[in-house]
Design a protein. Structure first.
Length: 95
């Protein structure tokens, strides 16, 4: 499943809703900074990554990983937490 999210709101954004007894595994992602900021992925409110620095038009895009880059806890949503209201578009490949 591939998802494109383009959210301009400050604070935590739910990328993928929680599913009872299921984990969300991110196989690949692409983050683009519309302005200098940092962003991190979370399982509900627990950090899955540290802050990833994004400059204006900077991109963080690790190659798709067959094992997955990160995974939520069972039954928890996958969230993105940017440090500002600036747009932080993200494209996800999830399993």
């Amino acid at each position: 499943m591939y998802l494109k999210i383009d959210d301009a709101t400050a604070g935590q954004s739910e990328l993928v809703a929680a599913v009872t007894d299921k984990r969300i595994r991110v196989m690949g992602f692409n983050l683009t900074g519309a302005s200098a900021c940092t962003a991190k992925f979370q399982s509900a409110n627990t950090d899955l990554t540290g802050p990833m620095a994004l400059g204006t038009c900077a991109v963080v895009a690790p190659v798709d990983n067959g094992e997955g880059w990160l995974e939520t806890a069972s039954g928890e949503a996958l969230n993105l937490l940017p440090t500002s209201m600036y747009r932080c578009p993200v494209t996800l490949s999830i399993a």
